[in-house]
Design a protein around this ligand. Sequence first.
Ligand code: PLP
Length: 404
Amino acid sequence: MNEIEREQRYGAHNYAPLPVVLSHAKGVWVWDIEGTRYLDMMSAYSAVSHGHAHPRLVAALTAQAQRLAIVSRAFYSDKLGAFLERLCDLTTLDGALPMNTGAEAVETAIKAARRWGYSVKRIPAEKAEIIVADGNFHGRTTTIVGFSSEPAYRADFGPFAPGFVRVPFGDIDAVRAAITPNTCAVLFETIQGEGGVIVPPDGFLRSLRDLCTEQNVLMLLDEIQSGLGRTGRWFAYQHEGIVPDGVMLGKALGGGLLPVSAFVARHDIIDLFEPGSHGSTFGGNALAATVALEALDVMADEDLPGRSAELGEYFLLRLRAIHSPVIREVRGRGLWVGIEIDPALADAHDLAMRLLRRHILAKETRSTVLRLAPPLIIERAEIDMCVGALKAVLAEAEAEQVTA
Ligand SMILES: *Cc1c(COP(=O)(O)O)cnc(C)c1O
């Protein structure tokens, strides 16, 4: 049995991986078991924004693993406080609750929003509503998929939790119309990642900030994929000069080495958690806190948000200069690009397969969008390499379309 067959035989089939078996990685490069080198244009959905095996992060991980890793939150550690303090400084918010995966940070935000709704806003018991967006992606727990609009995420997993209202993404009038006296929060991505790198209209977040303040509704932003430099700022909400009431972070927070997530919020929200109300065995462990703090330090020292802004602009410019009938739209911000493919002319999954053959790792999201999101340490020459491969792949697809 080869490795692909073994995974298929013994694993649940909840993913459909591209047919490549990876064995090691460094920076923007990943090697398969045959020694073929690939350019990583996906970086595990932003989890590897720092690049693979960043020397400072690997050093922090290995040193701390030998000192103190897991003691649970039954005790204090000499590592957690500094990590939480840094999260508050960066977001200009007041307090943080550390978890592991992104979905857990979102669950934490949902619990916080409901508590705030009942104890501060005085919403009648069990009536709190949270407004979410069509096309959202916030993770895979049963509560979260219950308010997804994607049938594949939900099918046969119900019954689902009530208390969520969906509106079109980026439509401020729809949000205003959906707010009732029982609305405790809006919960949106700043840019929809899994939804296809959907950028809301300019000014949407600013209008949403004003609306939430005016209506006494919490503004909660899921920056698990968009945050920590991906869009060219530390947080995507900074493009509009606002601060939300709470923000969810994950993915890049673990420096590409560990799952680390957090919900960061204002005092009056985070302080609603008392002992016993919420928790996680691994959340905030000393190893995770050490790696995450180092990940934030590396991000600052190497100015990864600045690199993302500069190189992202270059990348978008080069991609928009490609004239192919297959491409309907190139959109994105920073080093985060969605290429909308005309489904009559090509298939995004097929393009990802063709890129793989040219040693570029990328994947489609939805069926018509090719997502490109490299580690933020990528160099100009590597971007050029990706653009060259993409041009070749599009030409191939067009040629086959003509002969077909
Ligand atoms: C990936 C993602 C999540 C879920 O994170 P997990 O670590 O997979 O649970 C939540 N929200 C957004 C926007 C994401 O991209």
